[in-house]
Design a protein around this ligand. Structure first.
Ligand code: SAM
Length: 274
């Protein structure tokens, strides 16, 4: 019989060890989801306690890599929530047109689907040349995948539908060529994109941005950590800069809420006004 109090101590010790040994700080991630993912790894490895996993993780960097993948939940899609992109075209693009040059940060970009989607949108709006795009994630493995520009061919139908619903102006198949069992996206879409590893919990801002997209990342953080990351975004946004969050995320209850006005409440798009 597992004692919940003891289990919590073990989980906290594991997270503390991971932070001190590897520098990955999951200590303020939402507990229930963290616990579920740890147990999945414990069972896959044929272990029976959190402490046993701690032992393995601290002595085997390969196990740390596995755990990093487990904890960093990389689910994503091209033109995810298509309506978001429709609204972005209608409400944010006109503002971007007024800038000779602008910077976009995709924080928590996972395997890059969101970055390619935005690159396609900017290209179709004639704005790509003015953009510098920074795409970051805590997880080096996904950043590496993102750079490759290869996505599963069996998702192209879903992505084509999303693209059309998102207001796409061409034929989606113009952007990729089928290669083996993958779809290789045009390298031209990456001309102005820089991918790198960046940890929202421990790393600082690295530039001033006109748009920050951080979609479906904060949902995994506890309130305190969300607030810290909102502080990081606030500091990193230019005045009138745009912040885009995921559909289940918002600025409500954050002390930064009053510093933004809502551009679209359902699409979670905000503009920094003070
Ligand atoms: C569910 S994906 C979201 C991908 C994309 N933004 C989207 O909405 O489709 C969440 C991403 O956040 C990243 N992530 C989690 N914790 C992070 C942190 N502390 N710093 C940077 N990225 C983090 C994960 O590695 C994962 O790739």
């Amino acid at each position: 019989m597992y004692e919940p109090g003891l289990e919590r101590i073990e989980i906290e010790l594991l997270l503390e060890g991971v932070f001190r040994h590897y520098g990955f700080d999951f200590r303020s991630y939402a507990y229930a989801s963290l616990r579920r993912r740890l147990w999945k790894r414990i069972e896959t490895e044929g272990l029976s306690t959190v402490s046993a996993l701690q032992d393995r993780v601290l002595h085997d960097p390969e196990m740390m890599n596995k755990l990093l993948l487990d904890l960093s939940i990389n689910v994503t899609a091209m033109f995810r929530d298509p309506q978001f992109y429709v609204t972005f075209r209608e409400k944010v693009v006109p503002m971007l047109r007024t800038y000779p040059f602008f910077r976009i940060w995709h924080a928590g970009c996972s395997t890059g689907e969101e970055v390619y989607s935005m690159a396609i949108l900017l290209e179709e709006e004639g704005l790509y040349e003015r953009a510098r795009v920074y795409a970051t994630d805590i997880n080096e493995v996904v950043v590496h995948k993102a750079k490759s520009g290869i996505f599963p061919i069996d998702r192209m139908q879903e992505y084509t539908e999303n693209y059309i619903k998102a207001g796409g102006k061409r034929s989606f198949s113009e952007y990729y060529t089928a290669k083996y069992d993958g779809a290789l996206f045009s390298p031209a879409l990456l001309k102005n994109v820089v991918f790198s590893q960046h940890n929202l919990v421990t790393d600082r801002s690295f530039s001033e941005f006109n748009v920050i997209l951080c979609r479906n990342v904060l949902i995994y953080f506890d309130k305190g950590l969300q607030e810290r990351v909102h502080g990081l975004f606030y500091e990193s946004l230019a005045t009138f800069g745009v912040l885009a969050l995921g559909s289940k995320e918002s600025l409500r209850f954050s002390k930064y809420e009053s510093c933004y006005e809502s551009i679209s409440a359902p699409d979670k798009i905000y503009r920094k006004v003070k």
